[in-house]
Design a protein around this ligand. Structure first.
Ligand code: MTE
Ligand code: MO
Length: 355
């Protein structure tokens, strides 16, 4: 009998295992769902999930506003609500493929999901509060608190007033037609469509209008594309064009290598881009590219694609890559980034085709 696998010398670092276990990804077979079931939606939780009592929860709106607000969930639920289908991807998705590696969540490619978010447009509340003319940024404060690089802070992020007022930015209290689960920000979170996930602040307890750029840790230090630690870098904003294939056939437990039967194999997956709708998806067997069939396009969510592969026996590598309407296309190899952000290099799946 073949030995299962050889032991590997050296330990996992406890920190890497802890990060990977608490911030888990969407299993790629869940790409089959238009809307990711809530329990399969990927998770990124920097600190602890805060204790939240929905009845006692208040959202404060303050700073450069003409009218400060203190809003309960009951107040919010009385306002006109909308539901939006939104694809969210972690800015660090793909980090685990880069070397040298950065000590953070080691996503390979599973840090992406889609949900139906229900709530009140942020613009409704900002209109009620009436922004002062001097306000240029809106800061969103989460209730979770901890340390990063020695700096104690609440998770907080900002958007420009223009981005904050954009259609689709939601104060969400429901996910997939059910109350928001604790791990996804209960009782209230921000949802910023088309942006990498860090903009969608969970456990939202305060909104503050300010004049100067926000210098909080997660805004000014975290989430920047850098090649050197001492440079300012470029902030992570919209999700880069990306796509994934639902792995075909059956997997090996340890290597995840796939096995399929020769003949016609249905392939498919999802493509998305923050900048513009998806215009094209290509797929390849051993680097011979051809166009995939595109499914219907959501406004703010991923687009499905499909193809039929006439699989010949042997060892093959499958891949897929998307192009958006702005002409952005995925690179074959992701550019290296110090913190492993924005890796949208094409996915590669090793497949054994059995006669
Ligand atoms: N308050 C708070 N909001 C947060 C985070 C967090 O740790 N705390 N993580 C952010 C990051 S990096 C991502 S990718 C998304 C993940 O949302 P999800 O866990 O609901 O998928 O939430 C964002 N909002
Ligand atoms: Mo993230």
């Amino acid at each position: 009998m073949a030995s299962r696998r050889a032991p590997i010398a050296g330990r996992y670092t406890a920190e890497e295992v802890a990060l990977a276990a608490r911030n888990r990804g969407m299993p790629l077979e869940a790409l089959r769902h238009d809307v990711t079931p809530a329990g399969l939606h990927y998770l990124l939780i920097h600190f602890d999930i805060p204790a939240a009592d929905e009845a006692a929860w208040r959202l404060r709106v303050s700073g450069l506003v003409r009218k400060e607000l203190t809003v309960s969930l009951t107040d919010l639920k009385r306002l006109p609500a909308t539901t939006l289908r939104v694809t969210m991807e972690c800015a660090g998705n793909g980090r685990g493929q880069l070397a040298p590696r950065y000590p953070s969540v080691p996503w390979l490619e599973e840090g992406v999901s889609t949900a139906d978010w229900t709530g009140v447009p942020l613009a409704t509340l900002l209109r009620d509060a009436s922004l002062a003319d001097r306000a240029t940024q809106i800061v969103f404060h989460g209730a979770d608190r901890g340390f990063d690089a020695g700096v104690e802070h609440h998770f907080a992020r900002s958007l420009s007033v223009q981005e904050a007022l954009r259609d689709g930015v939601l104060l969400a209290y429901a996910m997939n037609a059910a109350p928001l689960p604790p791990q996804h920000g209960a009782p209230l979170r921000l949802v910023v469509p088309r942006w990498y996930g860090m903009a969608s602040v969970k456990w939202l307890q305060a909104i503050e209008a300010v004049e100067q750029p926000f210098d909080g840790f997660q805004q000014a230090r975290g989430y920047h594309f850098r090649t050197r630690a001492d440079e300012k870098g470029e902030p992570c904003t919209l999700m880069r064009v990306n796509c994934l294939m639902t792995p075909p056939g059956i997997p090996d437990f340890y290597s995840r290598r796939r096995t399929v039967e020769a003949g016609q194999v249905a392939l498919g997956g999802r493509a998305w881009s923050g900048a513009a709708p998806i215009a094209r998806v290509e797929w390849a067997v051993d680097s011979a590219w051809r166009n995939a069939q595109l499914g219907s396009s959501g406004h703010l969510c991923w687009r499905s694609w499909s193809a039929i592969w006439d699989a010949a026996p042997g060892e093959h590598e499958l891949s897929c890559r998307a192009t958006d309407e702005n002409g952005n296309v995925q690179p074959l190899e992701a550019p290296w980034d110090l913190s492993g952000f924005g890796n949208n290099g094409v996915q590669r799946i090793r497949v054994t085709v059995r006669p």
